[in-house]
Design a protein around this ligand. Sequence first.
Ligand code: SF4
Length: 442
Amino acid sequence: MNTIQPAKITRVLPDSIAAETGFEAGDAIVAINGTCPRDLIDYQFLCADEFLELEVVDATGKTHYLEIEKDYDQDLGLEFETVLFDGLIQCNNHCPFCFIDQQPPGKRSSLYLKDDDYRLSFLYGSYLTLTNLPPREWQRIEQMRLSPLYVSVHATEPEVRMRLLKNPRAGQIIQQLQWFQARRLQVHAQVVVCPGINDGQHLEKTLEDLASFYIGEVPAVASVAVVPVGLTRFRPQPDELIPVTQQKAREVISQVQLLGRRFRQKFGSRVVWLADEWFLIAGEELPTASEYEEYPQIDNGVGSIRLFIQQFTKAAAKLLPPKISPPKKLTWVVGNAVEKAFQPILKQLNAVEGLEVNMQALSSDYWGQSISVTGLLTGHDLLLNLQGQDLGTGILLPNVMLKHGEMVFLDDVSIEEVARQLNTKIVPIAGVEELINTCIQF
Ligand code: SF4
């Protein structure tokens, strides 16, 4: 285990218990009731007590001991520099399709860190492989009931999974899922399809195996996302990967849709869902909203286009005015993969008298892709495509293009830098209501 560092505070929420107690940004929590928290999970668990004894070190290095009495469910009101006070649990696999290895060289070293940390999976829904967990971490998952976790399965046949993860420890996945099942803990699973390796009969077997865990009151496998392998121009060569063609996408769609219909009859749920990219690559219609059931894989982007269209229709009826004044012209940047799917939204926005929204549907030169989803566009792509264009009053920028919680694109270029070079204003947009409201108020 890495050494536990004091949990450094970056923000004290106004009017919170912590603010009243006199906490300041720069302070760090060493221990709560005599225990040093390893991570945010420990912190939250330890704080669910009515009486807290805190050991805190301030920015000058001086130690303070504080006592706090509160309701058990009252939050202290602190934000931390990181959620992992003992560092990141890194990945021990060597997947040929790893997105971290497919980045350009020469960036910040933190961009090359391969996370395979069950804590981040529990807190934020990031996918992990379960290949790097010693017994004490399994125990912790069980004792603290850290569920659901998000697991990259890729294949259930041991030799196929070991080939994909390039790790002899990767062949235990069925036993690991049985471990979750025996403890009534859940996972959401993901399968990245690499043509020629885990497609065809291997994909069939994987999805059948995973669906067999969709039983009982608490299904051990709650849902499965099937995702096409993504390749960039920086991928290390040689690898054994073949890009997904339109024909392959069509083949996988019919295979998985058929299984989904069968599972629905058998289990009452489709269990398996195809990532939006399959339909964009295949040039086929997206599934209807009801086919996504409760959108169990939405945090993985599965169904996000359909949900966006559905939410827009609802919000537009409520929020979109017939006219705006003074008139304005805006640029909405999206990945060219969604250009067609978002036309009805564009049409509705442009039906507002006085509002002109021009869609710029871009592909990513940065990653070397001719078809790109919005979330992969970078600052480089905006600068390359939008220089010298009439952008109107400014740019509506879906915030999926930005790194989580930062105003920076995936290529480390900041929004501020792009806005400066394009000599325009850029407003990040999260969701349909922000899209509509920003169009009205820009
Ligand atoms: S498990 Fe994830 S981070 Fe690790 S090599 Fe595979 S794709 Fe990369």
